[in-house]
Write a protein that binds this ligand. Sequence first.
Ligand SMILES: *Cc1c(COP(=O)(O)O)cnc(C)c1O
Length: 366
Amino acid sequence: METIPLFNIERQNARLHEKLTAAADRVLTNGVYISGEENRLLEERIASYCSSTYAVAVNSGTDALILSLDVAGVKPGDEVITTPYTFFATAEAIKRLGATPVFVDIDPGSYNIDPALIEEAITERTKAIVPVHLFGLPANMETINKIAERYHLAVIEDACQAIGAKHKGKPAGSWGDLACLSFYPTKNFGACGDGGMILTNHQVFAEKLKMIRTHGTYKKYHHSYIGYNTRLDEMQAAFLSEKLSYLSDWNDRRRTIAKAYSEAFSRLPVQLPREEEDERHVYHLYILKTKRAEELEEYLKDHGIGCGIYYPLPLHRQKALIGKCQYHRLSVSEETAGTTLAIPIYPELTEEEQDQVIRRVLHFFG
Ligand SMILES: *Cc1c(COP(=O)(O)O)cnc(C)c1O
């Protein structure tokens, strides 16, 4: 039995029980369940939180990626540069648009796409770059944006794991032409169901996104585009609005736990998360990189501590993508896969639990 699970969202939601039930009541009574005031308010608040001009709520982070690629003009036959070391949805969205994911290897310290390798992957068919801010640490957006500008490529940030993070003092989600957030329950800012959002500073993108999320509608029963049906329901928007005022404190708390972990593990033969001076890592996951990851996973689970390998298989090795993606050399991703173990980190983790995790990890390494 896991006494300290890898995620514990029940604890967060239990603490907010009164506020969440009041929010649910408000929506139930009000009777508007789709595309109402709760959505409008949440979009306004998240746009402001992430220093973005527009925010468009959708049903998931995956749909946020699909709709972003769509409005960025990605078409069948196009190539989109991204990382193979991410959740499947990043490349799945590219394939969904009929484009080809072109995988570029990661930087071994940050686990994010290595900007130094992007240029050699650009061809005449390249349309966009999708950097992922993995585990809560932003990719090197300053450099990526410079490359994108030089080659006239769209930049779509996959910020699904990184709301509240910063790169060079500027929020994740405010760097790209478009940026995608996920409110999947275990994310740093989680709903009680699916949810997602797209951020952009471009008015034309925001206007088109608002239409295509509802069947390309510009006026009831009048359709300008072949769209989708992907909306955040009012109940989830209401829950998220209640949670937003806590998000900065929650991310701070994650950072405090990460600091305690990193201090405790500083002498172990493992690679710890990295963070530069001008970065704000929000530790969606706290990762220990070790060749003994599987052994450590088994040991911790045997002792009641939840953990998991993120990710065991890079995307170019996924059955769904073999022969359907492009890459040159992905040696760092290959070497990293299966060696990165996530241990419990969430705002509600108690100091006692934190110490228990530390003791177990230290004990494993003797
Ligand atoms: C969670 C996640 C997604 C997908 O978000 P959903 O809301 O689950 O659809 C996409 N990319 C990354 C990096 C994620 O972590």
